[in-house]
Design a protein around this ligand. Structure first.
Ligand SMILES: NC(=O)c1ccc[n+]([C@@H]2O[C@H](COP(=O)([O-])OP(=O)(O)OC[C@H]3O[C@@H](n4cnc5c(N)ncnc54)[C@H](OP(=O)(O)O)[C@@H]3O)[C@@H](O)[C@H]2O)c1
Length: 213
């Protein structure tokens, strides 16, 4: 997916890991951030090399083909709805609608964060991705000779093909889990990942692998 311009909304754990790697893979990265001139932002730009710039959120979205939404779930609605026009954009939803102690999803089981975001971002092709891997794994999906699996889902095939190529470029084995409604499963999978990381004390440097024959 050369020649795509990718906006990364949110420069926390996920935004930093994906943005800096995508910039080093020669994508044009537009960080959409609350404060484009903060010290933190300038450090991230330096870490990202020459292919990245920092902009206000709506400006980054306007100039991008692909928008990676990497913000806290509780802020997602306001941020998505602050963008005047989502038509023609691919919106990659990384969020998980976590409750305060990270023990449950607040929107399951009859909808998902991705389906709610699709209602707010009218005209965007929403692809759920990067929600059930940790940010350390986004920074490096390789485990010896194995690659972590990246599950994606969405209703538009062309958008999923673009995100599949992006995920493979980052080093993941990408599996299409179906229509956007499958986000209900991918978000529960993230819950299980969080359970293993926090309650089973596995840390954050592990990932799921899909075996097939
Ligand atoms: N951490 C993980 O390993 C992981 C893995 C999979 C999915 N996720 C999901 O991905 C999303 C981002 O996770 P994260 O760990 O990157 O979160 P984080 O470290 O808390 O960063 C979120 C970023 O969102 C931006 N933001 C915009 N408006 C905000 C507001 N009002 N309050 C706070 N932040 C605001 C901030 O960037 P600016 O300061 O640049 O505006 C902030 O750095 C979450 O929904 C999370 O559930 C996380």
């Amino acid at each position: 997916m050369r020649n795509k311009t990718i906006a990364i909304i949110g420069t926390g754990n996920v935004g930093r890991a994906l943005g800096s790697r995508l910039a080093h893979l020669d994508h044009k990265v537009l960080y959409g951030t609350r404060n484009p001139t903060s010290r933190k932002m300038l450090d991230l730009l330096q870490q990202s090399g020459g292919n990245a710039v920092a902009l206000e959120i709506s400006e980054a979205v306007k100039k991008a083909d692909v928008v990676v939404l990497a913000v806290p779930w509780t802020k997602a609605q306001a941020i998505v709805q602050s963008v005047p026009d989502w038509k023609g954009k691919i919106l990659v939803d990384c969020t998980n609608a976590l409750n305060e102690d990270l023990s449950a999803l607040t929107v399951a089981p009859t909808t998902s964060a991705a389906e709610e975001i699709a209602k707010w971002a009218k005209g965007a092709a929403v692809v759920k991705a990067f929600n059930s891997v940790g940010s350390r794994v986004m920074a490096n999906p390789q485990f010896g000779t194995d690659n972590a699996v990246l599950f994606i889902c969405g209703n538009e095939l062309e958008a999923k093909t673009i995100i599949k190529t992006m995920g493979e470029g980052l080093g993941f084995d990408v599996t299409d889990a179906g229509d956007l409604i499958s986000a209900r499963y991918l978000e529960q999978m993230a819950m299980f990942w969080i359970h293993l990381a926090l309650r089973q004390k596995m840390g954050s440097d592990f990932a799921f692998k899909l075996l097939k024959r």
